[in-house]
Ligand binder design. Structure first.
Ligand SMILES: *[C@@H]1O[C@H](CO)[C@@H](O)[C@H](O)[C@H]1NC(C)=O
Ligand SMILES: *[C@@H]1O[C@H](CO)[C@@H](O)[C@H](O)[C@H]1NC(C)=O
Ligand SMILES: *[C@@H]1O[C@H](CO)[C@@H](O)[C@H](O)[C@H]1NC(C)=O
Length: 443
C-alpha cells in the first residue's frame, strides 16, 4: 500500500572512527531513498574526507560538530584515523564535552529523532532535553554486547555461551588494562549499558541474524529492548579504472591470494610485523598486506620489514603503505582469505563478499569477535603462544588451512553460503528499520 508521509528528519551521530561512521553513512544512503532526510554529524576534519555521492547530496547533509580543542588535541586530531594511541582517551573526553553544541545543532536542524552511537553517552540526554527520541546504534557484535551486559546485569551467573571463552592471555591483558585505567575501562562498559537504557524502546545493531541469533535473543532478554538488525551495512565497492592493486590482483588465480589489514586504528609493533612477514613467507600464499604507521611514527616502509623480505617474496606479494580499497579487494575473485583483526566492520565485509577469515585479533572487542568468527564456522583464529605473542609458524599454518588445505573446505563453503544469504535478502532489514523509525515519530 503506497501511502505518502512527510519526510522524517534524522540526525545521525557516529563516533569518530571509520568503523562507526561508514555503517551509519550506509544506513543514511538506504534511508534517504525512502523519504528520510539525514543530517550526518561529525568533526570537521572527518567530514572533510567523507565524500557523499552526488545522488545523495540533497538528502544527506553533513553537519559539523565542534569538539573543543584541548592542548594535546588540535582539530586535525579529531578523528581516530592515525591518532597516536595514547591520545585516544583524550579524544573521547573532548567528544564528551561537545554535548552543549549538540543542542545547538538540534535546534538548528530540527530533526524528528537522533540515532546515536553507543559510545556517546550524553547524546540521548541532550536529545531528550530537546523533546525528541534517541535510538542507540551499536557497531559492535551482539555476541560482544551480550557479554558486557551479562557481566553488568547478572554478575553472579556464568555467561551461557562457552564458545566465547577467551584464552588466558586475553583475560590477563584486559585485567592489566583495568588496573592501569580502572575508571576509563569501567566507564566504557557502563556507558554502553546506560546508552542502552536511554534508547527509545529499541536498539539498532549491525549484524546478521543467521549467524548471531542466539546472542541477539539473549541480548534482548538482558537489555529489555527490541533489537533491530540493520544488516551488514557494507559499502558497495567503487569501481574505477587504473588501480594498481586491482590490476595486480587480476593477474592472480582465483581464491589464491590473501588480504592482510588490521583496520584504521591498530599499529603493529616491530615484533608483530616481523612474525607476520615471516609467517607470510612460510605460507607460500600470494598476499596483499596493508602496513601503516601512526602519525607520530617516523618509519620508512622498507626499514619496517625484515631485511630482504620484498626481494624474497617478489611478485607473490604486494605491500601497500597506508590504505587499500578494502571492499574492492575483498570483492575480487582472486582473494581467498582475509587476515583480519576482526573489527566488526571487517567481519561484515568478509561475510558480504564470502571471504573466509584468518582471525588475528589485537585489542578491544576483537578477541571476542574472533571467537564468534570460529563459532560461525567462517574462519579460524591464529592462536598466540603462552606469552600472548604471535608466532610465524602458527600464522603460516592457519593461512594454509583456511586458504588451500582440504581441512578448510568447510569454512570456505560456509562463508560463501552466508554471502549468498546476504545477497538474497536484499534490503529486508532496512524495511524493518524504516517501520521502527516511522512508529517512533508517529507517537
Ligand atoms: C572520516 O570518516 C570516513 C568514513 O569512516 C573515513 O573513511 C575517513 O578516513 C575519515 N577521515 C578522517 C580524516 O578521519
Ligand atoms: C561549540 O562550537 C563552537 C564553534 O561553533 C566552538 O568554538 C566551541 O568551542 C564549541 N564548544 C564546545 C564545548 O565544544
Ligand atoms: C612467543 O613468541 C615470541 C615471538 O613473537 C617469541 O619471541 C617468544 O619466545 C615466544 N614465547 C614463548 C613462551 O614461547
Amino acid at each position: 500500500m503506497a501511502t505518502t508521509r512527510r519526510t522524517i528528519r534524522v540526525l545521525m551521530l557516529p563516533w569518530l572512527a571509520h568503523g562507526h561512521i561508514c555503517p551509519l553513512l550506509e544506513l543514511a544512503k538506504k534511508l534517504s531513498q525512502r523519504n528520510f532526510h539525514i543530517f550526518l554529524c561529525s568533526s570537521p576534519v572527518n567530514l572533510s574526507s567523507i565524500k557523499i555521492p552526488l545522488e545523495y547530496c540533497s538528502t544527506i547533509e553533513p553537519v559539523e560538530l565542534h569538539v573543543p580543542p584541548l592542548p594535546d588535541l588540535p582539530p586535525r586530531y579529531h578523528t581516530t584515523r592515525g591518532l597516536p594511541p595514547h591520545l585516544m582517551s583524550t579524544l573521547r573526553m573532548a567528544f564528551d564535552m561537545a554535548g552543549p553544541n549538540l543542542s545547538v545543532i538540534i535546534d538548528d536542524c530540527k530533526p524528528d529523532l537522533v540515532i546515536f552511537d553507543y559510545l556517546l553517552r550524553w547524546a540521548p540526554e541532550v536529545a531528550r532535553s530537546r523533546g525528541i527520541p534517541a535510538v542507540g546504534f551499536s557497531t559492535g557484535a551482539a555476541g560482544m554486547n551480550s557479554y558486557i551486559f551479562h557481566f553488568i546485569k547478572r554478575p553472579d551467573d556464568e555467561y551461557p555461551f562457552k564458545e566465547l571463552s577467551l584464552k588466558d592471555y586475553w583475560i590477563a591483558k584486559y585485567r592489566n588494562q583495568m588496573k592501569q585505567a580502572p575508571t576509563y575501562c569501567m566507564g566504557a562498559t557502563e556507558k554502553i549499558v546506560r546508552c542502552n537504557d536511554q534508547s527509545a524502546g529499541l536498539i539498532f545493531m549491525k549484524g546478521i541474524r543467521e549467524l548471531e541469533g542466539k546472542y541477539i535473543d539473549y541480548l534482548r532478554d538482558l537489555s529489555g529492548k527490541k533489537v533491530v538488525l540493520v544488516g551488514p551495512l557494507v559499502e558497495e565497492p567503487v569501481q574505477e579504472d587504473g588501480n594498481h592493486i586491482i590490476e595486480w590482483l587480476d593477474q592472480k588465480e582465483r581464491s589464491s591470494t590473501i588480504f592482510i589489514s588490521f583496520g584504521t586504528e591498530y599499529f603493529l609493533t616491530e615484533k608483530e610485523r616481523e612474525e607476520i612477514a615471516f609467517g607470510l613467507e612460510l605460507s607460500n600464499v600470494n598476499f596483499i598486506w596493508v602496513v601503516k604507521f601512526s602519525v607520530v611514527e617516523n618509519i620508512k616502509l622498507e626499514e619496517a620489514l625484515p631485511e630482504g623480505f620484498l626481494e624474497r617474496v617478489r611478485d607473490r606479494g604486494l605491500v601497500i603503505e597506508g590504505w587499500a580499497p578494502q571492499t574492492r579487494v575483498l570483492a575480487h575473485p582472486s582473494v581467498g582469505g582475509f587476515v583480519s583483526h576482526c573489527g566488526w566492520s571487517s567481519v561484515m565485509e568478509s561475510m558480504k563478499f564470502g571471504v573466509p577469515i584468518i582471525a588475528m585479533p589485537m585489542h578491544l572487542d576483537q578477541p571476542f569477535n574472533a571467537r564468534l568468527v570460529e563459532d560461525f564456522g567462517v574462519g579460524l583464529e591464529v592462536m598466540r603462544n603462552e606469552s600472548g605473542k604471535l608466532e610465524r609458524e602458527e600464522i603460516a599454518e592457519v593461512i594454509k588451512a583456511v586458504v588451500v588445505e582440504e581441512g578448510g573446505e568447510g569454512v570456505r563453503k560456509k562463508v560463501k553460503e552466508v554471502s549468498v544469504g546476504i545477497r538474497n535478502k536484499g534490503d529486508e532489514e532496512i524495511d524493518e528499520v524504516e517501520d521502527a523509525l516511522v512508529k517512533l515519530c508517529v507517537v
